[in-house]
Write a protein that binds this ligand. Structure first.
Ligand SMILES: O=C(O)CCC(=O)C(=O)O
Length: 278
């Protein structure tokens, strides 16, 4: 592990740094830090050629996205951003490299299988560009739809953000509140508890579904580009409807492993269908 530490904040408060690991770090150390802090960065996992391929594969969809200039501060998604989903249908590099990434699979096995022993699934896929002038996104938890469970919830989701460009404090690196995946509902984040996931292109940020987070503001001149892939226990409704976002022709050429992770296998008795009508 390349190290994590507590350091004194300039007003005497403690700021928790995001644990940061080399790509060949011991997975148990990564898991321990993720469980404790709720977030970790693993550096230099995705080669620049793969990043270029992803950008090329998503280029048309990204460019046809309407960028809202007049930001409505009440909207969940800030203006001056681009967001494209259905990535399992749009990018071979994402299905063949990111979705099946062994460190990601290890994180899912560690944190999701204990609460859903028959498997986990993709929850949402999106490419996210944060443009110059974009405001901060409201802090939220990936598990906010599961209101049935009081906070802190059982682990139902783990999230990953692949940095396609550098993530810097000034270009909208993801805001995180380390430790907040263990908080009760009454506690709110104070400014000194919010940190940014600065990381170089090719790195990946993992965070727990109960962790407060959001996109940072972009005060720079360039666009911050990330790919978010989240995973949930196999018995909950997926945030993104893969049965509609992955058409039959695309499904036919995906590997069994990707189809399974995408949620096309049964979870125990859930998800049966009649092949004679499809
Ligand atoms: O773009 C980011 O850094 C975070 C995005 C996010 O949390 C979301 O869109 O729900």
């Amino acid at each position: 592990m390349s190290g994590y530490s507590h350091e004194p904040w300039r007003e005497g408060k403690e700021v928790v740094k995001i644990p940061s690991f080399a790509a060949d770090a011991d997975e148990t150390e990564i898991h321990d830090a993720l469980g404790e802090f709720g977030c970790v960065v693993v550096n230099d996992l995705l080669a620049s050629t793969k990043r270029d391929d992803i950008v090329a594969e998503l280029h048309q969809a990204m460019q046809s996205t309407k960028v809202i200039q007049d930001d409505d501060p009440k909207e969940f998604y800030p203006g001056r951003t681009r967001r494209v989903s259905a990535l399992l249908s749009r990018s071979d590099t994402i299905t063949d490299t990111l979705v099946v990434d062994p460190i990601t699979q290890g994180v899912c096995e560690k944190f999701l299988l204990p609460n859903g022993e028959f498997g986990y699934q993709i929850h949402v896929t999106a490419a996210l560009e944060v443009g110059p002038g974009a405001r901060e996104q409201t802090l939220h938890r990936e598990e906010d739809s599961f209101t049935f469970f009081p906070l802190p919830r059982p682990n139902l989701i783990v999230a990953s953000m692949w940095a396609i460009t550098d993530f810097r404090a000034d270009n909208g690196a993801t805001l995180l509140v380390p430790g907040s995946h263990l908080w009760t509902g009454e506690r709110e984040a104070e400014p000194h508890e919010i940190v940014q996931a600065e990381m170089t292109a090719g790195s990946v940020l993992f965070w727990m579904g109960g962790l407060l987070h959001g996109a940072g503001a972009n005060t720079s001149r360039d666009w911050r580009y990330g790919v978010i892939l989240t995973y949930s226990v196999g018995w909950v409704r997926q945030e993104e409807n893969q049965y509609l976002d992955v058409p039959q022709e695309r499904l036919a050429i995906l590997s069994h492993e990707v189809k399974k992770i995408a949620g096309f296998d049964m979870y125990r008795g859930l998800g049966f269908y009649d092949p004679s009508v499809s």
